[in-house]
Design a protein around this ligand. Sequence first.
Ligand code: ZN
Length: 209
Amino acid sequence: MGYLAEECRRAMEAGADGLHVDIMDGHFVPNLTMGPDILRAVRDELPDAYLNVHLMVMRPDIYAPRFVEAGADTVLIHVEAAGDLRATLAGIRAAGKRAGVTLNPETPVAALEGFEDLLDEVLIMTVHPGFGGQAFIEGGLAKIAEVAQRLPHVDIAVDGGITADTGARCAAAGANVLLAGSFLFRAPDMRDAIADMRRKIESARKAGG
Ligand code: ZN
């Protein structure tokens, strides 16, 4: 088993609800990461894990079908990307998978207009996409609340700078999918870190109504 699949297994065994996989094409963001083969390797290793795939790519119309085929459960594309985004989202759903769009920190919620009927999830970026370890961008909280009001039946995910504390604040604002990277993978004990996150998020959601 490769290092990536091993780390994925470690997260699932520590109590994660699923795995968020960042795909970068070297164009939409400068970094370049894995292609569909590596996602397929994770899927083969963890057949039951929920795989939430975030395509930071210029041409989701080309790549979304390949990641669906490689085993993604949800495919998130960027509203700032090129091509026919409605057709791409409809194609993901036609394959029986969940579709979503992502908003960069500088992109307003109004950019979702014209896609609402094709969304199972909206991903709010609270860092600039492409690099790990950045600080949480506070402006994301107001956007979460705006999406929650506009699309009450859609899952709201948050990506970037998520810890137990920022995760709880996002949950209070209306988010229900909290994506943590460094916070969990650098924790002394991932199981404790996930349990701590879950506790704080649950109480923030109750307090937030
Ligand atoms: Zn991501």
